[in-house]
Design a protein around this ligand. Structure first.
Ligand code: 1CP
Length: 350
């Protein structure tokens, strides 16, 4: 047997194991918007380059993606990009001020049909190059999450043209021109499937859809428009071999609708306890969430208590990924993130 060694396969990273509802050595944690403005090192890079430039320069996008991983023992990285990036690849003229502003909002069939088909390798090669660079720089136990906007969330920005509290123009479009709305949503659904598939081919190890604004919809409109479109994306990704995560902000009233979606993980905001949401989702889904981002402003002792409550609510069944219920705020103290990550790891070590 001289010279021969048994090489046991590397253990599955806790984040991927939790996505698949397997046993984990500790509850994995990552933070929505973990690469961003609350980090001085991000602001440093950002002071040298516009946000739009960061997105298009793979070495900068990769650097910013890796920054939070150097500070905190997070269980996953998320690609630094924006949900609007692939729309630029489809010919949409937009700027970041800092939220996305679309020069000519899309409100007619002619404008919908004028959207170019997205061919990721041709139209957004810099995103795929960023994925490759990040993978090369990440330790093997820390998977990279690729992402796209949920079709309805992209629809909101395209129809309204800019950030909005209620996205009234987009929501009234659903009622005024439902067939046109479905047409635009189908275009977006297909484009995001192609975009996510290309990210996985470039090395992304999980894929997340950010449906930030579908929680504004009534249940029937959510089902018809938002879920209808995301089902189309998910159907086009079946068999892709990496876990799929569907995050729906303000979606606690929609969990029964979402339970039937063919994804591995449902991401949720903080407005309902995880235990209640898990019961509605059933045993076939892992959950990701759901600490209020505001809780990071609590004293260290209280932060542990709030995070502990999320862990208690998640329960002992496998399939919980700790996260905030929405993106971290720019005013957050990075030391609070460090304490949260350590606490979740210590409290759940098995
Ligand atoms: O000035 C700057 O630095 C730009 C601010 C910024 C950043 C840091 C924008 C503009 N986008 C991003 C990065 C970003 N956006 C990431 C990667 C960073 C990470 O997660 O660590 C991701 C995943 C997003 C996703 C995104 N963009 C979403 C979905 C998640 C969510 O928060 O709901 C949405 C809705 C957007 C649109 C967008 N882009 C930028 C802003 C400020 C916004 C929000 C606008 C609004 O409030 O409607």
């Amino acid at each position: 047997m001289a010279g021969r060694r048994m090489i046991s396969p590397a253990p599955e990273p806790p984040f991927l194991a939790a996505c698949r509802r397997r046993q984990v050595p500790h509850t994995p944690i990552w933070i929505m918007r973990q690469a961003g403005r609350y980090l001085p090192e991000y602001r440093q890079v950002r002071s040298q380059a516009e946000f739009a430039t960061l997105l298009r320069r793979p070495e900068l996008a990769a650097e910013v993606t890796l920054q939070p991983l150097r500070r905190f023992p997070l269980d996953a990285a998320i690609l630094f990009s924006d949900i609007m990036t692939p729309l630029q690849g489809m010919g949409v003229d937009l700027s970041f001020e800092p939220g996305p502003v679309v020069k000519e909002p899309i409100r007619t069939d002619a404008a919908i049909d004028g959207l170019a088909q997205l061919v990721p390798e041709r139209d957004v090669p810099f995103v795929l190059e960023s994925v490759r660079l990040v993978r090369a720089g990440l330790p093997s136990g820390v998977p990279l999450i690729g992402f796209a906007g949920g079709p309805f969330t992209l629809f909101c920005y395209l129809v309204c043209g800019r950030p909005s509290k209620e996205f009234g123009t987009a929501r009234s479009f659903l009622y005024a021109s439902p067939e046109s709305a479905e047409r635009l949503l189908a275009r977006l659904a297909d484009a995001m499937a192609a975009y996510l598939r290309a990210q996985a081919a470039a090395g992304a190890q999980a894929l997340m859809l950010f449906e930030s604004w579908a929680g504004l919809l009534a249940p029937r409109e959510f089902e018809r428009f938002a879920l209808g479109a995301v089902r189309r994306t998910v159907a086009a990704l079946q068999g892709i071999g990496v876990p799929l995560i569907y995050y729906v902000n303000q979606g606690s009233a929609l969990m029964e609708c979402v339970a039937g979606l063919d994804v591995d993980v449902i991401g949720v905001d903080w407005r309902a306890p995880l235990g209640v949401l898990r019961r509605k989702l059933g045993p076939g889904k892992a959950v990701q969430g759901n600490l209020d981002p505001a809780a990071l402003f609590a004293s260290p002792q209280d932060l542990r208590r709030h995070a502990g409550r999320v862990l208690d609510e998640a329960g002992s069944a496998p399939g919980h990924i700790f996260n905030l219920g929405h993106g971290i705020w720019p005013e957050t103290d990075p030391d609070a993130v460090a304490r949260l990550v350590d606490y979740v790891h210590e409290a759940t070590a098995r």
